[in-house]
Design a protein around this ligand. Structure first.
Ligand SMILES: CC(=O)SCCNC(=O)CCNC(=O)[C@H](O)C(C)(C)COP(=O)(O)OP(=O)(O)OC[C@H]1O[C@@H](n2cnc3c(N)ncnc32)[C@H](O)[C@@H]1OP(=O)(O)O
Ligand SMILES: O=C([O-])CC(=O)C(=O)O
Ligand SMILES: [Mg+2]
Length: 307
């Protein structure tokens, strides 16, 4: 599985038929963008959007964010033309909508290899983020997560998922709980990232914060977004807090002392610290380091000892 891929906290959708929005991409501080050829683009604009996105990518060389293209679904009449237009411009990968079965991802994987061979790109360059957005997709999520080495993350799509379930999406999100949990399980079991769905009310920043706090607790490490104003809130929630970093440093210190004394368990402020607590602290510190919140990376060998 594709481990250690750059952490994607924020993935901003940008409609592929909107030149004014595409030209803004370089100024956004998100980890990645999804240039959309699917549901944001009306049927009568599919061809024009494809050409527009290709021309945009051609002149957009200095890319600080990851660029994913959401092509049309594999059973539509547009997906192959979408790939043909955008792949020569070397985006980082494909956001695959309606990824209901592992076979759909495998099909895309094969076609991407053919394009890489033809274009002379390294085999495996193009990554895939399948969108789990139906009851069938949720049920198959573990097989989908493992369907290709190109799959670096699983994304959840609650708008289509609730449509497939014939239910309404609410802000509190009880109706999404089981599906979200299953998507996160699948991603964790496959060792890849888990990216939550969009929050559609772009004027409700408190609602966005609450939802992001909830999905972070479930294990998601990123979120899809529809508006650039949502980026800062999501980054803020995913960043470890000062208190979390401080506690994690104390845990690491405590376990180092414990190991010197020949034990693997120690008490810190009256609470037991053992191996799983240390693993969580290491994850907090690694995230903090990767986000530039602490200066020194953590040396796992010092903490866990040599094998
Ligand atoms: C269920 C799904 O499939 S979701 C994925 C598909 N949907 C999308 O891609 C939608 C993307 N988002 C949007 O189109 C818009 O943000 C909307 C419709 C949600 C809200 O629109 P508005 O209320 O007009 O946004 P807002 O007032 O915040 O726009 C401010 C500025 O940000 C720009 N902007 C807004 N959203 C985006 C975006 N996603 N990408 C790039 N630029 C954007 C606007 O063009 C505007 O720029 P300007 O000041 O240069 O004119
Ligand atoms: O990726 C997303 O969250 C948006 C989407 O397509 C959906 O919710 O159906
Ligand atoms: Mg969708």
């Amino acid at each position: 599985m594709a481990k250690n891929f750059k952490l994607i906290r924020s993935l901003l959708y940008v409609p592929g038929n909107m030149p004014s929005m595409l030209q803004n991409i370089p100024i956004f501080d998100c980890d990645g963008v999804i240039i959309d050829l699917e549901d944001a683009v009306p049927i009568n604009e599919k061809d024009a959007a494809r050409i527009l996105v290709k021309s945009f990518l051609k002149i957009f060389h200095d890319r600080k964010q990851l660029i994913f293209i959401r092509i049309n679904p594999i059973d539509s009449k547009w997906w192959y033309e979408d790939l043909k237009a955008v792949l020569p411009e070397k985006p980082d990968g494909i956001r695959l909508p309606k990824a209901d079965t592992p076979e759909i991802v495998e099909r895309l994987d094969t076609v991407l290899t053919e394009f890489e061979e033809e274009l002379g790109f390294e085999i495996g360059h193009f990554k895939i983020i399948p969108s789990i957005e139906s009851a069938l997709g949720v049920i198959n999520s573990i097989k989908i997560a493992r369907s290709s080495k190109r799959v670096i993350a699983l994304a959840f799509g609650a708008e289509d998922y609730t449509a497939s379930m014939e239910i309404e999406r609410t802000k509190s999100g009880e109706e999404l709980f089981h599906a979200r949990t299953r998507v996160v399980w699948a991603a964790k079991a496959a060792g890849i990232q888990a990216i939550d769905t969009i929050f559609a009310d772009v004027s409700d920043m408190d609602g966005l914060r609450k939802e992001t706090e909830l999905i972070k607790k479930l294990g998601f490490t990123g979120k899809s977004l529809v508006n650039p104003r949502q980026i800062d809130v999501v980054h803020d929630v995913f960043a470890p807090s000062k208190e979390e970093i401080e506690y994690a440093l104390q845990v690491v210190e405590a376990i180092e002392r414990a190991r010197e004394m020949g034990t693997g368990v120690v008490s810190l402020n009256g609470k037991m610290v053992d191996a799983p607590v240390v693993r969580r602290a290491v994850r907090v510190l690694k995230t903090a380091y990767s986000l530039g919140l602490i200066d020194e990376d953590i040396d796992e060998e010092v903490i866990y000892g040599e094998e």
